[in-house]
Design a protein around this ligand. Structure first.
Ligand code: MN
Length: 720
């Protein structure tokens, strides 16, 4: 069992000015408070606060934190109150212990709550004083080290919580040695078989590893010496949990884990870091994509280092981290390295404190927070500035860059979920797809089979993976559509030449034509025609001789190419087909669309794009062949009057017809045809064909007509 004297000695080792008397007093206080209590192991309870204080001394924490370590369980487990601590020690110490008491009283229910709630309470304390977290990590570490005394169910629960919350927290704070130990301890209890096997293997190969490490250290040290760089080379295997994860992730057998040994070179200056990197890369072949400059761009927990992987001296992959002494300190101890009391005049604790001012900031915002999700949002801003964390409905956490939307989330689940995403619910409520996801949101994606992503999504998505999936889909769809249109255009042109695309498609002549245009496949040529890059006529020149073309097409005296003509026709009609030019457009007689009507286009064989209103019954019939439907819209800049039929039913009284026609003319609307009948029940049925600019003008006309006295009803007739 560790003794108080050992701890005092350890503290004195890194802090000569430490108030050891105060630490000793805390020890005595704790001993009295816990007197008679025993741990699950049967040991006196005091061993626990002693070990926690010792771990804190290993972390080189200040006196106040070590005192809090001794006292951390007193308020919760004994009669001691917060006030007692404030009176016997000071307010600061009482506050730290109070924070720890609160954390330990948490009971987590759902997974979401467990993560968010816990973070929340911890952060609240943290915001005021990060040292609460340091003590909590030490406390958890000792509890994990002595977990064997609990029953298996509790072991699993605590290990799971440690792996999910405390190890990542140690990571976030940059205290890597605590993270590694917590992970391995959790590993041992959560996956005992895998742990034992892996550990056994590492032990068996210890000698081999040690020899390898020694050899590489020798080589690297020699290299440094040759370049007169003062540096310290070390090598070690990673902790078991990261070995295990790496093997799982990359499907590596244990025999191949040479690159699971990391070498580290610690040098004096940043300049030396890059210098060493250059030397290493000139001697050993670097593996592309593995170099990371965390000196230029530190991690959010302030970790700095150069990382590279090279082909090492015996042909194996070798990972090397290069850093300065200070960076190393930060990497090992994280925030603790900035917290600890520094001896000597160069220490500027106030400056260091200022860097962590966000803790205080978090607290201020958190006091009022009841919803853990709100907390997550606040924490995000300060602790993880570029990331948001959200939950799937099953409670799984997913990480996204700031500004991500439900589209990104949908694609992160599965490409099909992304493509078929029609809506999203956040925390049970529908949100628009452009909603910016916030920390702690629970997202649910609503999909519909056959739904397709739109181009606009490219503006909404943030992650590159979502964007590339959307692009891929659109590209594929555009190609399919171009192919359809190209087939139609070529077929029409070939029919003029007395052939058909069906006949020509598989011929050598067609293949030659494709090659002539620089394509490998006939399909590509057809699609390019559909896309409007080449006209069907240009293709014809490769398929037929000049004489043939002259003979058949020359008679038609076409000065414009067919493509140009049809494009101009489309333009004249005021219809824009997305992404495609050179297309013939024709208005369907069944619904006779007017500018302003919602319209869709149907690719027809031999007759270009047929324009229908979206509610046209014939569209319904065509639905089963969805890929023939193309998006089109009206070109609003172009105003071409279009003819539409209307029916005005009125009383059959004298003068009413002239009133109706007078009103139509007064609106500057041409009547191109009129057809007046009297029905058997003495009503006048007046059918007109009128020329209107758009649907708005028509609506205005119908409104005015229905206001005339004697008019019973007015309607737009769909067919022409
Ligand atoms: Mn404890």
């Amino acid at each position: 069992m560790i003794r108080i004297g050992d701890i005092l000695e350890k503290v004195r080792g890194y802090n000569q000015k430490a108030d050891l008397e105060l630490i000793n007093r805390a020890y005595v206080f704790s001993a009295k408070a816990h007197a008679g209590h025993v741990r699950q192991s049967g040991e006196p309870y005091l061993t626990h606060p002693l070990q926690v204080a010792d771990i804190l001394a290993d972390m080189k924490m200040d006196v106040t934190t070590i005192v809090a370590g001794f006292l951390h369980d007193t308020v919760e487990d004994t009669d001691i109150t917060r006030e007692d601590l404030a009176a016997s020690f000071n307010e600061e110490i009482a506050f730290l212990v109070d924070g720890l008491t609160k954390i330990s009283q948490l009971e987590f229910k759902t997974k979401v709550q467990r993560q968010a709630e816990n973070l929340r309470r911890m952060m609240i304390s943290m915001a005021q004083d990060i040292r609460v977290i340091m003590v909590k990590l030490a406390d958890r570490l000792h509890n994990m080290r002595t977990l064997q005394h609990l029953d298996p169910e509790k072991q699993a629960k605590i290990a799971q919580e440690t792996l999910e919350i405390y190890a990542p927290l140690a990571n976030r704070l940059g205290i890597s040695w605590i993270q590694a130990e917590l992970e391995d301890l959790s590993f041992q209890y959560l996956y005992p078989e895998a742990y034992r096997t892996l550990r056994q293997k590492v032990i068996q190969r210890r000698k081999e590893y040690d020899a390898y490490i020694e050899k590489v250290i020798g080589i690297l040290t020699k290299v440094l010496n040759e370049h007169s760089i003062n540096g310290e080379v070390t090598g070690r295997t990673k902790n078991l949990w990261s070995l295990y994860n790496k093997m799982q992730r990359q499907g590596l057998p244990f025999e191949q884990i040479y690159d699971l040994i990391a070498f580290r070179i610690i040098v004096k200056s940043i300049r030396d870091c890059y210098g060493v990197l250059g030397i290493i890369h000139s001697i050993f072949k670097p593996i592309p994509g593995r170099f990371k400059d965390y000196i230029g761009v530190p991690k959010s927990n302030r970790y700095q280092s150069l990382h590279t992987t090279v082909i090492g001296p015996i042909g194996e992959r070798m990972e090397i981290q290069i850093r300065t002494r200070e960076m190393h300190q930060t990497a090992e101890d994280g925030i603790a390295s900035h917290w600890r009391y520094k001896t000597g005049d160069e220490s500027q604790p106030d400056e260091e404190m200022k860097r962590f001012k966000w803790f205080k900031h978090i607290l201020e915002e958190l006091k009022e927070v009841e919803d853990p999700r709100e907390l997550m949002e606040t924490v995000r801003t300060d602790l993880y500035p570029d990331e948001v964390y959200v939950f799937t409905p099953k409670g799984e956490v997913k990480e996204f860059p700031l500004g991500a939307t439900p589209i990104d989330f949908a694609y992160s689940i599965h490409t099909d979920v992304g493509n078929q995403c029609v809506g999203a619910k956040v925390n049970g409520r529908m949100v628009p797809l452009k909603y910016v996801i916030k920390n702690g949101d629970v997202l649910e994606i609503i999909t519909s089979k056959g739904h397709k992503p739109s181009k606009d999504w490219l503006k909404i998505a943030v992650t590159s993976s979502a964007k590339s999936k959307i692009r891929a889909f659109i590209k594929k769809e555009e190609r399919e559509r171009s192919l359809k249109i190209g087939e139609e255009l070529l077929d029409r042109e070939l029919r003029r030449m007395g052939s058909t695309l069906k006949k020509m498609r598989k011929t050598e002549a067609m293949e030659k034509a494709a090659t002539g245009f620089g394509f490998h496949k006939v399909e590509d040529l057809i699609a390019t025609v559909g896309f409007g890059k080449y006209s069907p006529r240009q293709v014809m020149t490769r398929l037929f001789s000049e004489e043939e073309l002259e003979k058949i097409l020359g008679e038609q005296e076409e000065t414009l190419t067919l493509a140009r003509k049809s494009r101009e026709k489309a333009r004249r009609e005021g219809i824009v087909v997305d992404g495609v030019e050179d297309l013939m457009v024709r208005f369907a007689h069944c619904c006779n669309p007017l500018p302003g009507d919602d319209v869709v286009g149907i690719v027809t064989r031999g007759r270009g794009i047929s324009v229908h209103t979206v509610d046209c019954p014939n569209i319904e019939a065509a639905r089963y062949d969805r890929d023939r439907i193309v998006d089109i819209h009206w070109d609003e800049k172009i105003k071409i009057p279009r003819t539409v039929r209307i029916r005005v039913t009125s009383e059959d009284v004298k003068g009413i017809l002239s009133e109706i026609t007078g009103l139509i003319s007064s609106k500057n609307i041409n009547i191109t045809h009129a057809d007046i009948r009297t029905s058997s029940d003495d009503k006048a049925i007046n059918n007109f064909e009128v020329e209107v600019q758009d649907v708005r003008q028509l609506r205005d006309l119908l409104n005015s007509l229905s206001g005339l006295s004697g008019v019973i009803s007015v309607e737009r007739l769909r067919t022409r």
